[in-house]
Ligand binder design. Structure first.
Ligand code: SF4
Length: 314
């Protein structure tokens, strides 16, 4: 008799825990988009591991039905890397805020891109440290002053897309937290991508960021109500490297992604900026014989003779 194949529903990815995010927070949209992406791909919840840093976004694994780890401030990517190497049969998703990832975790952010581990990193970019009362985070532009800041920001805001392309991420995208359908498509593409996928999500924080609000992104503050956000795919932008062996094409696509990422203010692009299929960190370790085909977590513990190793450690 043929075995029945389980078809997952969106609710299968929801944990039975009430959220304590503020009403109207963009985090709800990102959480829903992750759940919908997993549903689109029909990945069993027990094959998914979600880890987070510290901040409002750090609570995301609590609200998802999957393996979850709420890790240390700025350290989510080392955890995600370890998770993937220990059990490369899992779909690994790392989440965190812009302060967590681009501030305290900036070194990890850059070096994870260089490695190209097969995971998806989603950054909840609301430009403030929401959990600690709205201080300026690394993406807040110079001169901006949110309602909890006593003075204008005197530091330059960084460009995560340009940084990610330069660091070597092989899938680089930007989404909007309140366009859940589009964001879930981006996340599904990121998860399906073999390699490090990075998705910066413009996330509204109605409690502390009163500058880049839902109304501002959607252009409702303008007389003509013209949205600031537009989709790269609808504008004919081509992010995909067709020949990964061709360094000229890679460079050209990286340059056009970086140039496009500096468009901000009147018009703000969302969608995929850059994508290339290159060997992953796991592929490179496998080639050296360091990583096996079978995940360590599933390997037979008695299949290797470790006498020599034990003797060496005596
Ligand atoms: Fe969301 Fe901002 Fe509230 Fe945090 S402080 S839960 S980011 S609205």
């Amino acid at each position: 008799m043929a075995r029945e194949v389980k078809v997952y529903e969106v609710k299968d990815y929801r944990a039975d825990i009430d959220s304590d995010w503020c009403p109207g927070c963009g985090d709800f949209g990102i959480l829903a988009a992750i759940q919908q992406a997993l549903y689109r791909l029909q990945i069993p919840p027990h094959k998914v591991a979600v880890c987070s840093g510290i901040g409002c976004s750090g609570k995301t694994p609590h609200y998802l039905r999957a393996y979850g780890f709420h890790t240390l401030h700025g350290r989510v990517l080392p955890f995600a890397t370890g998770l993937k190497l220990a059990n490369h049969g899992l779909t690994v998703i790392a989440v965190g805020g812009d302060g967590d990832g681009y501030g305290i975790g900036a070194g990890y952010f850059i070096n994870a891109g260089r490695r190209n581990v097969d995971f998806t990193y989603i950054v909840f970019n609301n430009e403030v440290y929401g959990l600690t009362k709205g201080q300026a985070a690394p993406t807040l532009p110079r001169g901006a002053k949110t309602k909890s800041m006593p003075e204008e920001n005197v530091q330059q805001g960084l460009n995560p897309i340009a940084l990610a392309v330069g660091a070597g991420y092989t899938f680089v995208a930007r989404g909007f937290a309140l366009d859940v359908k589009h964001l879930s498509e981006l996340i599904a593409r990121g998860i399906a991508h073999r390699g490090s996928a990075f998705i910066d999500v413009l996330q509204t924080c109605p409690t502390y960021n009163d500058i880049h609000t839902r109304e501002w992104y959607l252009g409702l503050d303008r007389p003509e109500k013209r949205p600031r956000l537009y989709k790269l795919e609808e504008a004919g932008f081509d992010p995909v490297v067709t020949d990964p062996e061709d360094p000229e094409e890679i460079r050209a696509k990286q340059i056009s992604a970086i140039a496009k990422s500096y468009e901000w203010g009147e018009r703000i692009p969302i969608g995929v900026f850059y994508q290339v299929e290159l060997p992953t960190f796991e592929d490179n370790l496998r080639e050296k014989g360091i990583l096996g085909e079978v995940p360590l977590a599933e390997a037979d513990p008695f299949s290797r003779d470790v006498t020599e190793l034990v003797e060496a450690l005596r």
